[in-house]
Design a protein around this ligand. Structure first.
Ligand SMILES: [Ca+2]
Length: 454
């Protein structure tokens, strides 16, 4: 199918409502931190890490306490952000990476070129939020961690984005921008190497993008790599500037590093918000800040059990803050159940556009919830990471791993300490059945690569 044919068949008629008082459509900025835990910000109760600028976003907007992502680690979670679909539906339900680096394997350019990291990516039949917003008249950009495949056909410029600066794989060294010795930074489709801390470079590019697009509606997807651990052979390098490291000398090394990366990221968020105001676009921009998955052992997950890569809340429940002056109430704390699957339909609704008709989306438009006009309609969510499974229905959470299965009541046991499966056998059986029903629906969906194109 050509791109023109796809556009004709995938989208319903453009929005044809009455002329709006606003002179232009709103801008959308989605900032995604990497591995930021549930309690990694001041506004989520952190007493150690300084995050005044992100805290201000929460004070000027709405902070969610029950926001989940679709997978407890990077690649599949980001696939859902981009497609509005469960990873098991869009086909990208495990990591894109070369596991050999875990054994300190140093690739040559030639061996790297034919490795999984270079050859697999998100199915090109998937419709990204970039494509959908481009169709709605938006200028679209990705600055930071793409994580949807590194081969050219998988890179952002071929997936609905007008601008791309960042790294395409799942993690880099903050200063060399290499992933275990292989250069990984891109501008557009071209691999580049330049000096600088990744957070500073992404900020520089974001500010330039805002300036350049101040006269037209834009969507900026801004996935920073902070505060993710550095993917480098040089694990003892500080990976951060002394001015940030010095703030956290009193903390254990791993936690101090996470804190320093987070505060550096917070400074970048502050600079972006200042630029947005300077450009007069502050009132006309929906800004969302969140994380792709829960924190590692070196992060703060607060009262939650578990961490990144696990099915417990510590792996999947993360901060989410939304700010849009005049549309979203200030300083609101929302305890509704919502997820990253909601971004796609929400952004299209903000743009006054219809979702692509040929695509089954798994989320809903969050705008009425953000505006304080409605409760979240989400009641269920399902997860699978290899042999680990989980289901959520209302306040019930079912988890099944190689260690066994359990049932938790999150309304009274957020820390998932008390297995209630014996006392509530009917709920336990029902949750398991719901999960298998969801799994059957995923199996019956059109097969998508790279993991299920058969
Ligand atoms: Ca991550």
């Amino acid at each position: 199918m050509t791109r023109r044919q796809w556009l004709q068949t995938s989208f319903a008629a453009p929005f044809a409502g009455p002329a709006r008082a606003q002179s232009r459509k709103p801008n959308i900025i989605l900032i995604v931190a990497d591995d930021l835990g549930y309690a990694g910000l001041g506004c989520y109760g952190n007493q150690q890490i300084k995050t005044p600028n992100i805290d201000l976003l929460a004070a000027e907007g709405m902070r969610f306490t029950d926001f989940v992502v679709s997978w407890p680690a990077c690649t599949p979670s980001r696939s859902s952000i981009l497609t509005g679909r469960y990873p098991q539906r869009n086909g990208l339900y495990d990591m894109i990476r070369n596991n050999e680096v875990n054994w300190k394997y140093q690739y040559t350019e030639e061996t790297y070129a034919v490795s999984p990291e270079m050859t697999i990516g998100m199915d090109t039949r998937e419709v990204t939020i970039g494509q959908a917003l481009q169709h709605a008249g938006y200028t679209t950009g990705v600055i930071g961690k793409w994580d949807g495949g590194r081969a050219r056909r998988f890179l952002p410029l071929q997936r609905g984005f007008d601008f791309y600066y960042g790294f395409a794989n799942t993690g880099i060294d903050y200063y060399t921008h290499q992933r275990y010795g292989v250069a990984s930074m891109f501008r557009g489709n071209r691999r580049i190497q330049e000096p600088g801390h990744a957070t500073d470079l992404f900020l520089r590019e974001a500010l330039a993008f805002l300036k350049q697009n101040r006269t037209r509606p834009f969507f900026l997807y801004l996935p920073f790599n902070a505060p993710h651990g550095a993917s480098t052979f040089h694990k003892d390098d500080p990976q951060e500037e002394p001015k940030y490291m010095d703030m956290y000398k009193h903390l254990p090394k791993g936690i101090a590093q996470t804190a320093a990366w987070t505060t550096h990221l917070d400074d970048a968020v502050g600079a972006i918000m200042a630029e947005l105001k300077a450009l007069g676009q502050d009132e006309n921009t929906l800004v969302i800040f969140s994380s792709d998955n829960g924190g590692t052992g070196a992060a703060y997950n607060g009262p939650l059990r578990g961490k990144k890569a696990q099915m417990y809340e510590g792996g999947i429940r993360v901060p989410m803050i939304a700010r849009w002056p005049g549309r979203i109430p200030k300083g609101a704390v929302n305890r509704d159940f919502v997820s990253s699957l909601e971004y796609f339909p929400t952004f299209l609704a903000a743009a006054g556009a219809q979702p692509p008709s040929s695509v089954k989306l798994d989320g809903f438009n969050l705008l009425p919830v953000l505006e304080g006009k409605a409760k979240s309609p989400r009641t269920e969510f399902f997860w699978q990471r290899q042999g680990d499974k989980a289901a959520r229905s209302g306040h019930w959470k079912w988890v099944e791993t190689a260690q066994g299965a359990a049932l938790y009541n999150l309304s009274t046991d957020l820390g998932e300490q008390h297995d209630l499966s014996q006392e509530n056998p009917a709920v336990f059986a029902s949750m398991k059945a719901k999960w298998h029903s969801w799994r059957t629906e995923m199996d019956n969906a059109e097969p998508r690569g790279p993991f299920r194109d058969y």
